[in-house]
Ligand binder design. Structure first.
Ligand code: SF4
Ligand code: SF4
Length: 360
């Protein structure tokens, strides 16, 4: 017999670090193109899986000594290898009982609307960035590669449907969204990625998290973002979502700005780019990173990527994140000031007083 307990047992045995189950109806009210209730008729349950990011994967960036492990292990490794393997394994348990297992790994910016700015068809994907750069002459100006998508039946939304992963994780009772928009869980703070599975089986459902707030509203993520992408808590610039009665709030992050800074980090936090490149700022390509313009949009991001990508090429199919500033700041704060990361490690993530910053 298929039960929630059996599914969770299979998930943990296959390698997930946590698993929560919700009625998919908790996502009611999401825009159609982001509503998993529309994935297939008869979908009833949403199963969320947490995959921890080992804290040591961030150590190299924290020390400024090794930058490759975070994007390759915590993005590429989890999204492409660990999570799909668990989805596959749990899916078989469900289908052996005669129910469907609609697996949904992290697809990264493949929806019919942009997860950056909501614009239709604009799915510039981190995974496609290299291709865009190399073939820029033949790409459309905005690389809107699903611009012609259309519903396949009158009652369908245009493919591909991509839902809000972090809200879905909250719906599954796995945690809460912090001010930095990261998912925080009681077990791992901000250190995880998630994947989902949808089924027509009716299951026993987890309550949404209702313990002490996981976000301390300390503002460390705001202070340590190299791009100033996260608004201060005092500014009141926030996004509020009523998720089946649970109010979720986070800072209204400038997502395009983050897109530029999390990969390229800027003059003081990217040791791979010579100082002279920032000084020269050829053709204004680095205006966004250098603070010459406040305008953060796809055009500015493409300029930054085209100018800097060669200084740290990607071989993992993902943007080569050099930042993680908000994550590391959050871990540091939750270890030092009390919170879900307190006491988990023998030594804290940050053993020095301050995070490093290049002097140039
Ligand atoms: S990932 Fe980096 S650039 Fe983006 S919000 Fe976090 S600290 Fe800022
Ligand atoms: S750093 Fe502080 S404010 Fe930011 S998400 Fe973490 S706990 Fe919340």
């Amino acid at each position: 017999m298929l039960t929630s307990a059996r599914i969770k047992e299979a998930a943990l045995a296959a390698g997930a670090d946590a698993c929560g189950i919700a009625p998919v109806s908790r996502m009611e009210g999401a825009p159609d193109e982001m509503n998993p209730m529309l994935l297939f008729p008869g979908v009833k349950s949403m199963i969320g899986f947490v995959f921890r990011i080992p804290r040591g994967v961030q150590r190299g960036i924290e020390e400024g000594t090794q930058f490759y492990q975070y994007p390759s292990m915590a993005y590429g490794g989890i999204n492409e290898i660990f999570a799909p393997a668990v989805l596959y394994s749990v899916g078989k348990v469900i289908e052996d009982e005669g129910y469907e297992a609609f697996v949904y790994r992290n697809t990264g910016a493949r929806g019919s609307v942009s997860d950056m700015d909501g614009s239709a068809g604009n799915t510039l994907s981190p995974e496609e960035q290299i291709e865009v750069n190399e073939n820029a002459k033949t790409s459309t100006a905005h690389h809107r590669n699903v611009q012609f998508t259309r519903p396949t039946r009158p009652e369908n939304t245009a493919p591909d449907l991509q839902f809000h992963f972090r809200l879905a994780a909250v719906a599954c009772g796995l945690g809460e969204i912090g001010w930095s928009k990261m998912l925080l869980t009681p077990q791992f703070g901000p250190l995880q990625r998630v994947a989902f599975l949808f089924t027509d089986a009716e299951l026993e459902y987890d309550e949404m998290y209702s313990g002490p707030p996981l976000c301390r509203k300390c503002g460390a993520c705001v202070r340590e973002c190299p791009g100033g992408c996260i608004p201060s808590i005092q500014s009141g610039k926030k996004v509020t979502v009523d998720l089946a009665g649970k109010i979720c709030e986070w800072g209204d992050i400038d997502m395009w700005r983050c897109y530029a800074f999390y990969t390229h980090a800027g003059r003081y936090y990217n040791p791979f780019v010579p100082k002279e490149v920032f000084d020269k700022n050829e053709d204004g390509a680095l205006d966004l990173l250098e603070g010459v313009t406040d305008v953060a949009n796809e055009q500015e991001i493409m300029k930054v990527y085209t100018a800097l990508q060669k200084y740290f090429p990607s071989w993992v199919g993902y943007n080569m994140a050099k930042c993680g500033g908000c994550i590391r700041a959050c871990v540091h704060m939750l270890e030092h000031k009390g919170g879900c990361m307190e006491g988990r490690f023998e030594t804290p993530l940050r053993t020095r007083k301050k995070a490093w910053r290049l002097d140039r």
